[in-house]
Ligand binder design. Sequence first.
Ligand SMILES: Nc1nc2c(ncn2[C@@H]2O[C@H](COP(=O)(O)OP(=O)(O)OP(=O)(O)O)[C@@H](O)[C@H]2O)c(=O)[nH]1
Ligand SMILES: [Mg+2]
Length: 353
Amino acid sequence: MPKKAKDAGEEEPIGAGRFGRCRGNLKMGLVGLPNVGKSTTFNLFCDQQVAAENFPFCTIEPTDARCEVFDERFRWLCDLWKPPAGHEIPPYLHVTDIAGLIRGASEGDGLGNEFLSTIIGCDGIFHVVRAFDDESVIHVDDSVDPVRDLETIQSELCAKDLTFVKAAEAREKELVKRDRGSKLSPVFMETFKKMTEMLEQNKPVRDGDFTSEEVEMIKMKTQLITTKPIIYIINLSKKDFLRKKNKHLPKIKAWIEEHGGGLFMPYSCEWEQEYMDAKKSGAEALEAFVKESYPEKVPPIPSALQRIIKQGYKQLGLIYFFTAVRTPLTAPAPAPAGPWLCHCPPLCSDVPS
Ligand SMILES: Nc1nc2c(ncn2[C@@H]2O[C@H](COP(=O)(O)OP(=O)(O)OP(=O)(O)O)[C@@H](O)[C@H]2O)c(=O)[nH]1
Ligand SMILES: [Mg+2]
């Protein structure tokens, strides 16, 4: 298990907080084998229409979009305050749909390098895993075996990072050689040794036992894929999603626990598509569909995608704050006492007293 920073008396940063970059527009990338449902998920997340056809490598160019992060507090505030048109701005999560990765991608197979460079531009990963059986949907390795697929993706990401680590080390050694009298610091040597050992054993760097100094060294000298926070999202059939059972899930869970742990969220593109269609047909259709899906008890957030989006936001270390404009067009009730929060400081930074 990785050593927690709080062991050293510090707050443990979550998600991208440990290795992440401080910048605007942080985004999550959809990563996985071809034809597992990444683009379908992207379309459902962001209400887009990118091609999601039944053949591998349907996606070549990455697509960026943003999706609303469901937040009941924000909805409550909007209902109460009734902001003027254009001022109702929810939180958004930026997502990138990326081409599929196959075995050998780290050496350029499939869309190899193109795919990997897009992941480097993302700040976190939604790792999409296929666990639905449907013979009509082609699998690049001919059978549905989520643990094998998890291994494939993880090995490729680790193999690619190993080449980055070796290149960064060689670059540094060259600099030291040219600058006579200087030498590599013990922190550098130790950090690179640890990273190399981990990656050679197919272990992501994010799971390593690194001191704060070593984390800084990694951030300064490298740009790695396996330092990014990851959420495993498991695409099930509608039937399995609703009955909360799937023959692959226990093995997937065990694999994730053995490989550094991490968030693991089952969902179903099939069910989410029907949910979205019902939503577009109006409140009545939606209510009927949800009740039919959950005859016993409707969960507070029926869509797993909405929960996944929320977790993506959290993994990137993004925070919520809300504000409201000073004069609403109609103010049916007095504003409750602060604090007020805002998702969009440049538009509405006023805080009503
Ligand atoms: N039966 C079933 N089919 C699905 C599900 N999710 C996606 N598919 C189908 O699987 C095929 C591939 O889906 P995509 O979303 O294009 O897959 P992808 O991972 O983006 O594929 P690449 O772009 O090739 O990497 C499409 O025909 C989808 O309709 C699901 O939950 N159940
Ligand atoms: Mg695709």
